[in-house]
Design a binder for this molecule. Sequence first.
Ligand code: ATP
Ligand code: MG
Length: 139
Amino acid sequence: MAGNKTFTMIKPDAVSAGNTGAITKMIEEAGFRIVAIKKTQLSPEKAGEFYAVHKARPFYKDLCSYMSSGAIIPMILEKDNAVEDFRKLIGATDPTKAADGTIRKLFAKSIEANAIHGSDSDENAAIEGSFFFSNTERF
Ligand code: ATP
Ligand code: MG
């Protein structure tokens, strides 16, 4: 059965552009409940750990410096079918290919600076959530 939690972070381009409020509003209006939220900044090493699955990709080094270039807003979200529904809400990785009305279509600047992250499986949602948060059960 599909899980009811996912993990997201608003990326440095969207935070520095002042889009945190607009994006969070879209997330809540789409029926997601915010279980945990904070503002923080990744070191290049921590960004590298978070995106370790992409280590072999040509864009890995740039991705780590971009993801550590400014503040991010990580969140744990709750909704039925959370992972799949959230990936639909954010749209394709490349904003030029993202569907109208998606967060990336509205706010992403490029395929790298694409405004927001969304976990791609229930398993990764749990791993990524615990990368940033602990003791979130009672919320
Ligand atoms: P995310 O994991 O951030 O939700 P995604 O699952 O849509 O994004 P991935 O393939 O997991 O896409 O890539 C992780 C991130 O790496 C992308 O969101 C983007 O910031 C960056 N990225 C992916 N492909 C490229 C590329 N071709 N060039 C530059 N950056 C890229
Ligand atoms: Mg991904």
